[in-house]
Ligand binder design. Structure first.
Ligand code: GDP
Ligand code: CA
Length: 322
């Protein structure tokens, strides 16, 4: 496989971690930085829970539950069971081993460590060789304005209410105090390629791009920016990406995702099951983007990197599938 240089992947949880894990299988460890959404993070029973960071971390460590895609494999639910017996809420699932991550993260944050440092320590302890970075150190929280139930915090809408209430709009609380970290800035400045993973655009990728300074850094970076579609034939493989398009009155399709990212995008990877999206000014690649297992993750990563490597050849790259 042709090497393109350092890759930065912007990722959410399940979809993001699949591509991140594919890239980790085909790139030397020092060549991959994953920048993860933290706008899903919340306080639960006094613990600082970072669902997307943990999903990516467990996947890169080879410890993720293969069925659910999140949480640790071979985890048990004793704590949750005991908690419910005592009258506590069990709507947010936290396995026993997973709980250790939350306890230690909360402890280190309380001692004044930045989330970036905490994440690096936890990831290193689990054997992750790639750089894993939260999008910022300050708390930023997705807030959901619903049509029927007013404003809900993200986890209440997503997990507790199973994303049933229709969404009027989303906003990011705390954004004004957030700053791009030096680690994210350095990674973007040194990148040969920036990939926006097939994650939920509104709930995972746009919050990362909204961190003050980050979009500007992407524009200034010399690396091309490519996005991978999270929607195939107008549907999400999982979760509310297509539902949000309907709620917002947008056409449910891959092209809508590319348009949301706007002028930072140089290239877009759509799924071969779809027609070529009507997008102008972007390099387009149509491949199988469904990452059903570890091999499929690596294959998609390789397809994308091989394609990008061809951009360097003196020939004008051919448009895929006219
Ligand atoms: P979450 O934070 O766990 O909700 O996960 P993400 O935001 O990272 O990803 C959710 C999105 O990933 C959904 O829109 C899915 O359609 C998409 N997704 C999940 N797995 C795959 C896959 O294998 N291929 C593609 N193309 N998209 C995927
Ligand atoms: Ca998430």
């Amino acid at each position: 496989m042709a090497l393109v240089g350092p890759v930065v992947c912007l990722a959410g949880g399940v979809g993001g971690s699949r591509l991140a894990h594919g890239l980790a299988q085909v790139l030397p460890p020092g060549q991959l930085t994953v920048v993860v959404n933290t706008a899903d993070d919340f306080r639960h029973y006094g613990l600082q829970v970072c669902p997307d960071l943990d999903t990516v971390m467990y996947n890169l460590a080879g410890l993720a539950d293969p069925q659910r895609g999140w949480g640790l494999r071979d985890d048990s639910g004793n704590m949750l069971e005991a908690l419910q017996r005592l009258g506590g809420d069990g709507w947010f699932q936290l396995g026993d081993k997973d709980l250790a991550t939350q306890v230690l993260r909360t402890h280190w944050l309380a001692r004044g460590m930045r989330l970036t440092e905490v994440t690096a320590r936890l990831a290193a302890a689990l054997g992750v060789k790639q750089a894993l970075l939260p999008m910022c150190d300050e708390p930023v929280a997705t807030m959901v304005q619903t049509r029927e139930e007013g404003e809900l915090d993200f986890q209440t809408w997503f997990v507790r209410r199973r994303w049933r209430p229709a969404v009027r709009s989303l906003c990011l609380a705390g954004l004004g105090r957030a700053r791009m970290t030096a680690e994210v800035s350095d990674a973007l400045a040194g990148a040969a390629l920036v990939l926006l993973a097939p994650s939920n655009p509104w709930l995972s990728i746009l919050p990362i791009l909204a961190v003050p300074g980050l979009r500007e850094a992407l524009r200034q970076a010399s690396a091309p920016v490519a996005a991978v579609t999270p929607v195939i034939r107008g549907a999400a493989l999982k979760g509310p990406a297509a539902r949000l398009m309907a709620d917002f009155g947008l056409a449910p399709g891959a092209g809508t995702v590319a348009r949301l990212y706007g002028d930072i995008l140089d290239a877009f990877v759509y799924d071969e099951r779809d027609a070529v999206p009507p997008l102008t000014g972007l390099r387009l690649l149509g491949v199988d983007t469904v990452m059903v297992n570890e091999d499929a993750r690596a294959r998609l990563a390789r397809d994308i990197l091989d394609w990008i490597a061809t951009w360097r050849t003196p020939h004008v790259p051919e448009r895929e599938k006219p």
